[in-house]
Design a protein around this ligand. Structure first.
Ligand SMILES: *Cc1c(COP(=O)(O)O)cnc(C)c1O
Length: 489
């Protein structure tokens, strides 16, 4: 089985090579036109041990790897708060699938613990060293640093906007240990850092800048198939838990509600369904940046709209990259159509899909959005009524889950994906549950813990004492020179 570029199907790559490359050479994403063509016994995957479950699913999605069991063990064993990695917790009349119990308290840990193992296994010892370049708005940077630290043959360099991350997120990054890690602030906002990184990739490729340096660049964001595949596992894990608890009969459908930004998380749910898992509706939850809600309602994707800064910043996205993989699948692999739409999005800022695709979208997905006041209200009600502490991203999903149930009268079990610890966003959460939100973020974390009796995750609690190891701060126009210097020393 080879992966195909969504923009030109003849550009194929074995799974391990797709992981190493990240993006296909024509700018498309590596994907399959029909995920259900993978031979897979979904019942067999519902095994008691979650690491074994991960091994089976990842082996099906990335079949040219050998020794997957060892890779999975090295990725996860002992690194999460609970041995089952992603606990399923009953809340109200639904369930919360907690994806934030990893080393940096964000759901990105699930995939970014596995990706370094997949990359090193794909790389031959004589290959060039890999330099991972990442621009981050907060969560991805730390999870990638933690995942790649001290991994043989790979170095990682993270750029964060000096005006764009919270003090907790900044402290998480500038205290990062490891002999292969570099962290650098960029003057400006996230777009400045992200555009800077894109420009570095382009310059290095076009001018052959790192030739003969023994180093090649790669990326750790969710365009990489090696980040998507590990996320398929927790949909199976949630279903297995429901089945074991007697909440569903084997084969009965379950709905999933997913707080969505780049469409990676929810696409993993679509892939789980194609592998046979009894998934009912996939509910796409957006914050005030509701470009995806509009798209799923109308078939028209239009990024020409105001950008809102919200309390759920990891979903503040106007261009949702992984949607491209869904369009490829729903059109049966129509690469010409996909590349046409992506080109139009790039040049004109919008596109409209045809009726056949629109119908398929409506069959598989439901969508809703949640504004800032509704997010606050939901955090407050989850705490006051159900004693469940939710972060703003998770609260967006709970709000949309309520709307979904009310409007469709679905009686299926509902699983809401919970993507971050409330302690990463202490100010928004304190304001919502009626605690005073003064002092710095560390003081707020402590107040939140005192008020709720919920312990601060260890990795966050220890931050304040850790020495700052990374001091660099540069202008966006100096990023290329910075990367060249780091790559060659
Ligand atoms: C990245 C992220 C999301 C969005 O996930 P996508 O795969 O980009 O849709 C939601 N919540 C949190 C906390 C995140 O870090």
């Amino acid at each position: 089985m080879d992966y195909q570029s969504t923009r030109h199907r003849a550009l194929t790559a074995a799974p391990s090579q797709a992981v190493l490359q990240g993006l296909a050479p024509d700018g498309g994403l590596y994907a399959l036109p029909d995920w259900s063509a993978i031979a897979f016994d979904w019942r067999q995957a519902l095994c008691p041990d979650v690491l074994q479950m991960a091994e089976r699913i990842l082996s099906a999605l990335l079949p040219d790897y050998t020794g997957m069991a060892g890779l999975v063990r090295r990725a996860y064993d002992g690194k999460f708060e609970t041995p089952d990695l992603t606990p399923l917790v009953p809340v109200a009349d639904g369930y919360s699938l907690e994806l934030f119990r990893g080393p940096t308290s964000a759901f990105k840990d699930v995939a970014l613990s596995m990706l370094p193992q997949l990359m090193t296994a794909a790389r031959k010892p004589e290959d060039d060293e890999i330099l991972i370049l990442t621009a981050t708005s907060g969560d991805t940077g730390k999870a990638a640093l933690e995942g790649f630290r001290d991994v043989e043959g790979i170095r990682i360099l993270v750029f964060y906007p000096d005006e764009g991350v919270s003090s907790v997120q900044k402290a998480q990054m500038v205290t990062q240990e490891g002999r292969n890690v570099t962290v650098c602030a960029v003057k400006g906002n996230f777009d400045d850092a992200q555009n800077g990184v894109k420009a570095v990739f382009t310059q290095v490729r076009q001018r052959g800048l790192l030739k003969h340096s023994g180093v090649r660049l790669s990326s750790a964001n969710s365009i990489n198939i090696g980040r998507l595949a590990p996320q398929v596992v927790y949909y199976f894990k949630a279903y297995r838990d429901l089945w074991q608890q007697g909440a569903v009969e084997l084969g009965e459908k379950v709905d999933f509600v997913v707080p969505t930004g780049n469409f990676g998380d929810i696409l993993a749910g679509y892939i789980a369904k194609q592998l046979g898992l009894p998934v009912g509706t996939l509910v796409c939850a957006s914050n005030a940046n509701d470009v995806l809600t509009e798209f799923l309602h109308t078939g028209r994707y239009d990024r020409r709209r105001p950008f809102h800064k919200t309390s759920s910043p990891s979903m503040d996205i106007l261009i949702s990259s992984n949607l491209e993989r869904l369009l490829f699948a729903l059109s049966g692999g129509d690469d010409q159509m996909v590349s046409g739409l992506m080109d139009q999005l790039d040049r004109q800022g919008f596109y409209q899909v045809n009726d056949a695709i629109r119908r398929r979208l409506t069959d598989e997905f439901w969508a809703g959005s949640c504004n800032e006041a509704q997010t606050r209200e939901m955090i407050g009600r989850l705490w006051n009524t159900y004693h469940y502490l939710a972060d703003p991203h998770t609260a967006v999903a709970w709000h949309v889950a309520e709307g979904y149930r009310r409007k469709t009268r679905s009686t299926r079990p509902v699983v809401v994906l919970s993507t971050a610890s409330a302690f990463k966003f202490p100010q928004a959460v304190l304001e919502a549950i009626g605690g005073g939100a003064d002092g710095d973020e560390f003081a707020m974390m402590e107040r939140l813990s005192a008020l709720t009796g919920v312990p601060i995750p260890k990795n966050l609690a220890s931050l304040r004492q850790k020495p700052v190891l990374h001091h660099d701060c540069i202008r966006p126009e100096d990023m290329l020179a910075y990367v060249q210097r780091k790559a060659t020393t």
